[in-house]
Design a binder for this molecule. Structure first.
Ligand code: PMP
Length: 351
């Protein structure tokens, strides 16, 4: 199916809002077109002005750093906004459905509920690989508008091999959203390479993880230029704040430092993995391609509560399918990780 056929009917005929900054984008000395205040009370350059609706400087920097064609890049208020935009572009409430493979990132399902869209699920295999045959069957039976593949996956840290992603995106007649929020921590090939041959592939990245900008809310989508234009049409006109755009450009200009830090985080992840594996009461520390570890241990919920009492907060994933007795632990600084490991050892010794 073409992108146009996959769109919601109302989006196909949408007359988009045109902001003041869309109507005029050249240079001028007097701006009286956007009902802004001419004064700046807090002394931050241009904070009295609306931000660039295109996030052009961020887009340019993203394209340079990651080697993308700029026409394929969109900047969202976090990748969460871009996930929501996928629903709003392609899923008619009360009629369409999506396919997810649990355990995976919870927002896919929550945003489906908010948008009144049905969710079909194909649970992963017990080693957290995808059940490809069952997914194909679900695609045949349910014809979902969107399929979400999270790689490396949250909360497992497991990557989906590139060839499996290729096979599934080719099989899926709807849109495949490949969420690569944690790809910076792995050496896997990005699904961006599939877009040229398949316009129904949407890849999401974020500056919230490796780029240490979670507070800035900078999400990135890489799509065909046609989908990028559609995203621009439905997003809020000024979706990325001025300060966030400035911080994103600054972070992207420090790519060398970020890459070095990513390598250190990866090494630290492996160190913590080993320490936890040597801990009595820990059953499995799953191999991770991300900046966290999923750890199966005795009495995970009690351990979670005890850690919380000591001021150490991890994520209890015990109630997620296939994740019984599992905590998800983010890799922090070396000191934080050492505190975590000794606390886990103490608590597991006592519970
Ligand atoms: N995708 C995945 C897999 C995530 O884990 C998260 C955040 N936890 C997001 C997307 C959202 O990230 P952002 O901060 O860019 O909205």
């Amino acid at each position: 199916m073409s992108i146009r056929e996959l769109l919601r009917d109302n989006i196909r005929s949408l007359e988009p809002y045109s902001s003041a900054r869309d109507d005029f984008s050249g240079t001028a000395s007097v701006f009286l077109d956007a009902n802004e205040n001419w004064q700046d009370f807090v002394d931050f350059d241009n904070i009295n002005r609306y931000p660039d609706p295109h996030s052009s400087a961020v887009k340019r920097a993203v394209s340079e750093v990651f080697g993308y064609d700029e026409r394929m890049v969109s900047i969202g208020n976090g990748s969460d906004e871009l996930i929501d935009i996928m629903y709003r572009l392609f899923c008619t409430p009360g009629r369409d459905s999506v396919l997810i493979m649990p355990p995976t990132y919870g927002e896919y399902k929550v945003l489906a509920s908010i948008n009144d869209v049905d969710v079909h699920t194909v649970v992963q295999n017990s080693d957290f690989s995808l059940n490809v045959e069952a997914i194909k069957k679900a695609l045949d039976e349910c014809s979902p508008k969107l399929m979400f593949i999270c790689s490396p996956n949250n909360p497992t840290g497991v990557s989906v091999p590139f060839e499996v992603i290729r096979e599934l995106t080719e099989y899926n007649r709807g849109i495949t959203v490949v969420d690569e929020a944690y790809l910076d921590f792995s050496s896997n090939r990005s699904a961006v390479d599939l877009i040229a041959g398949n316009e129904r592939v949407v890849v999401l990245r974020t500056l919230s993880k490796a780029w240490a900008l979670a507070g800035g809310r900078i999400g990135i989508s890489v799509t065909s230029p046609e989908i990028a234009d559609l995203i621009y049409m439905v997003k809020y006109p000024y979706n990325v704040p001025l300060l966030s755009q400035a911080y994103a450009a600054a972070a992207l200009s420090r790519a060398d430092r970020v890459r070095k830090e990513v390598a250190l985080t990866v090494a630290e992840r492996e160190r913590v993995k080993k320490l936890l594996e040597e801990t009595e009461g820990v059953h499995t520390v799953f191999s991770s391609d991300a900046n966290f570890l999923l750890v199966r241990m005795n009495k995970a919920h009690e351990v979670f509560l005890e850690l919380r009492k000591r001021g150490i907060i991890v994520r209890d994933r015990s109630r997620e399918v296939l994740c019984d007795s599992c905590l998800r632990i983010t890799i922090g600084s070396r000191e934080e990780n050492d505190l975590l490991v000794s606390a886990v050892r103490e608590v597991l010794g006592g519970v």
